[in-house]
Design a protein around this ligand. Structure first.
Ligand code: SF4
Length: 277
């Protein structure tokens, strides 16, 4: 797909370089062979951007992080309860969920937004104050940055019935309720909420998962490694290719890392085009 003038100008305004299809990536050896994408060509290094971070082959660097026994039991029990729900039933269950203490302080649950068969899934962390008020993930300045980066790839969270699934993104958070004062979620809260995200992924069957931020990575990859060490290569969540990248809120504070986040999006775009569905 050639870049439109609007997309080129959007990228330039964001300080990012233009993505060309057929780029980057070494598939993870941890990914099942049937889900591994076809070999990808290496994108020539641009002249105007910071030195790209080399794409390292993913091996066994992702070490499962054990969750507390109580949390695991709660999670397993909830997983059984939600594993057969369809979209409307799942949304209804989440809206009424009182499985952890965050139900006491939330204004509303933040379920997720987007095309129910979108090829892309973006997973964030926990709702902030504005998300808690509006009931939608990634609103505010961080959400606008995410939307601009996705728009540069002709992707959108808009589910207006006209946009094809291949150009659509579903956005969900790891945690559906806001931790008070934007504190970090606890392992128990993450474990209790995890079955909802797992069921969303089950229903969505995305072609690519983009995990944004530390808690999304902890939940999906069971890894405590830094984002900087996990990004730039291909992981897998239940057979679906998964790319780790920085959270847009982090990028607003550290704009120098936008180029790396853009590389991650380009890697995800290649996988989404090439991977099976
Ligand atoms: S954070 Fe998740 S588990 Fe806790 S009350 Fe909200 S929906 Fe339920």
């Amino acid at each position: 797909m050639p870049w439109s003038e609007r997309q080129r100008s959007m990228l330039e305004r964001m300080g990012l370089r233009v993505w060309a299809r057929g780029a980057v990536a070494a598939p993870s050896q941890a990914m099942p062979p049937e889900r591994q994408p076809a070999p990808l060509k290496v994108r020539p290094a641009p002249t105007s951007a910071p030195t790209p971070v080399p794409i390292r082959p993913a091996v066994s660097a992702v070490v499962p992080a054990p969750a507390p026994v109580v949390a695991v039991a709660a999670s397993a029990s909830a997983a059984g309860a939600v594993s057969t729900l369809d979209w409307p039933a799942l949304q209804q269950v989440v809206a009424g969920c009182r499985a952890c203490g965050l139900c006491e302080s939330r204004t509303r649950t933040v379920f997720g937004v987007g095309h129910p068969q979108a090829h892309w899934l973006v997973v964030g962390e926990a709702p902030g104050a504005e998300e808690d008020r509006q009931g939608e993930p990634f609103v505010g300045a961080a959400g606008q940055l995410l939307d601009r980066m996705l728009a540069a790839l002709d992707l959108s969270r808009a589910d207006d019935g006209a946009r094809p699934a291949a150009r659509s993104v579903y956005i969900a958070n790891t945690l559906k309720c806001r931790p008070p004062g934007n504190r970090n979620p606890t392992p128990d809260e993450l474990a209790r909420c995890e079955p909802y995200l797992a069921r969303q992924i089950d229903l969505l069957q995305p072609r690519i998962v983009l995990a944004m931020g530390r808690f999304a990575v902890q939940s999906l990859l069971r890894s405590d490694e830094a984002i900087g060490k996990l990004r730039g290569r291909v992981h897998a969540y239940q057979g679906v290719p998964l790319v780790v990248t920085y959270h847009p809120a982090y990028l607003l504070r550290n704009p120098a890392d936008k180029a790396k986040a853009w590389d991650d999006l380009c890697l995800a775009a290649d996988l989404a085009e090439r991977g099976p569905r």
